[in-house]
Design a protein around this ligand. Structure first.
Ligand code: BGC
Length: 340
């Protein structure tokens, strides 16, 4: 079906936000804002056929502007953390904004989540694009970024990322949707299978130390489906440091995770060509107003942020986030829904 565009209100400085809605033939829909290329709603039919909004979000543009937690946003230039907010590239040192203690998080003070993107229908998909200018948030190079959102008739929500640059730079793009397949309540009863044998050890500030630890025998082992809440309160130093799961998993292959919401019967399979995925159990979500008069609380959603490993420039052996001048980045992540 054709993409429909509509007015989503204004930011506090009067700039207008536009929403684009994609609807498929199975009764599912996806709404994306030009502000932050943000997934505002994703409605998937449950076991009775009733659409359930499976992502957290807000009803107004101003709430997104104040959004401290990146609800649904496209994250860049570099998602997740860069230790001490500094990196060296081609012999030059770049100082970045310290917006997470001493560290740099999700692209800085005004990352891609706080920028306006151009939007246009591309067939039945939605293309969002912008040029991140040389020096934006102190990253080098003019970076051309395109994010294509689509929703197929078999309820697969796909995001493809394309980028190129005119100078060597760092790129690690992701989407920060907060999923709740029950459409309400916390996610501790969601069943999760995660196809990873190792995860990145964090320091006290949720920054990978460079060590990859086996999941075997730890609360991080989701190789066999279990509830997110089963071990979240375990007496485990890594869990205690982050207040729950907030760790990068080393994926074994394309299939990253399967999540199941028991109240609706909705199951989501995450696939990606990226090597890592942050499992974030909404530990730092504080109480606030969500969509349609709902209240969002701690652990009311989980994020599956497909990515390169965080802090890669400072960790020996982590896949490099450097995008060379003239090179092209292409990456795909999909979230396929069905009812079981
Ligand atoms: C990070 C969390 C952070 C959250 C929202 C996640 O990707 O890993 O530590 O609190 O984003 O800011």
């Amino acid at each position: 079906m054709a993409v429909q565009f509509f007015d989503f209100g204004k930011l506090s400085d009067g700039r207008s936000v536009t929403a684009a809605k994609l609807t498929n033939h199975a009764g599912a829909s996806l709404t994306v804002l030009d502000y932050g290329a943000t997934v505002q709603a994703l409605c998937i039919p449950d076991r009775s056929g009733k659409p359930v909004d499976v992502v957290l979000g807000y009803d107004s543009a101003v709430e997104y502007e104040k959004n401290g937690d990146y609800l649904g946003a496209t994250i860049g230039r570099v998602g997740n953390r860069i230790g001490k907010s500094v990196f060296s590239l081609n012999g030059k040192t770049y100082e970045l904004a310290k917006n997470d203690g001493e560290n740099h998080l999700h692209g800085g003070k005004e990352g891609f989540d706080k920028k306006f993107w151009r939007m246009a229908a591309q067939g039945e998909s939605l293309l969002c694009w912008r040029v991140s200018p040389d020096g934006e948030e102190n990253y080098p190079g003019n970076l051309n970024v395109k994010v294509l959102f689509s929703l197929t008739d078999d309820n697969r929500f796909c995001i493809t990322y394309d980028a190129d640059t005119d100078a060597d730079t760092l790129v690690n793009l992701t989407n920060h949707s907060y999923f709740n397949l029950n459409g309400r309540g916390d996610v501790l009863n969601h069943r999760l299978q995660l196809f990873a044998e190792r995860f990145a050890e964090n320091d006290g500030g949720c920054l990978p130390t460079g060590r990859l630890l086996p999941v075997e025998g730890t609360p991080f082992d989701f190789r066999t489906e279990k509830e997110i809440g089963t071990d979240i309160g375990a007496d485990d130093e890594q869990l205690k440091r982050a207040g729950g799961y907030d760790h990068n998993y080393v994926l074994c292959g394309k299939k990253a995770a399967i999540l199941y919401g028991p109240e609706t019967g909705i199951e989501m399979t995450v696939e990606t060509d990226l090597p890592g995925m942050q499992l974030y159990s909404g530990n730092f979500l504080t109480e606030r107003k969500g969509k349609g008069g709902s209240i969002i609380n701690r652990r009311d959603a989980a994020c599956f942020e497909t990515q390169l490993y965080p802090n890669a420039m400072n960790c020996y052996g982590f896949p490099s986030p450097v995008l060379r001048a003239g090179a092209h980045l292409h990456s795909e992540t999909s979230y396929a829904f069905r009812v079981r």
